[in-house]
Design a protein around this ligand. Structure first.
Ligand code: ZN
Length: 148
């Protein structure tokens, strides 16, 4: 577990300092905002779909290291996936960080597995899932939505 904890810290700090896919997305037709009042995290997700595939996704906003790193890694993880596939990934991710037994670990989440460390900090779960909830809203039928 200590290796995972180290990887967790290194990976999250790296994505916090150098967020991937950060900024506006010209041509994006779907947007959603998320706000985590417990921590003060704010995130806006921009999505451009091609048919049913997430052709491009970017995010803006400001927040703590975990929310920023989660947003950065989410954009990398869902780009190129179908909407249904992205939703399934969200379910698995959510399970990974909330499952008290830890049985979801290693469920082909790739780099996202580092977030299993968040289980040890329950107040941080909202930080990690905020951007995924926003993505879920952006991929839904409504074009402009905001989540609390
Ligand atoms: Zn936070």
């Amino acid at each position: 577990m200590s290796d995972l904890r180290e990887l967790y810290q290194t990976t999250i700090l790296d994505h916090y300092k150098k967020p991937r896919n950060f900024g506006p997305l010209p041509g994006a037709e779907r947007h959603a905002e998320g706000h985590n009042p417990l921590c003060g995290d704010r995130v806006t997700v921009h999505v451009r779909l091609e048919g049913d595939v997430v052709a491009d996704v970017r995010f803006e906003g400001s927040g703590c290291a975990i929310s920023t790193a989660s947003a950065s890694m989410m954009t990398e993880a869902v780009k190129g996936r179908t909407r249904a596939d992205a939703e399934r990934l969200f379910e698995r991710f959510h399970h990974l960080i909330t499952d008290p037994d830890g049985t979801a670990q290693g469920d082909d989440l790739g780099k996202l597995e580092v977030f299993s460390g968040v289980r040890e900090y329950p107040t941080r779960i909202k930080c990690a899932t905020l951007v995924w909830h926003a993505l879920h809203s952006a991929l839904g039928d409504a074009k402009e939505v905001s989540t609390e």
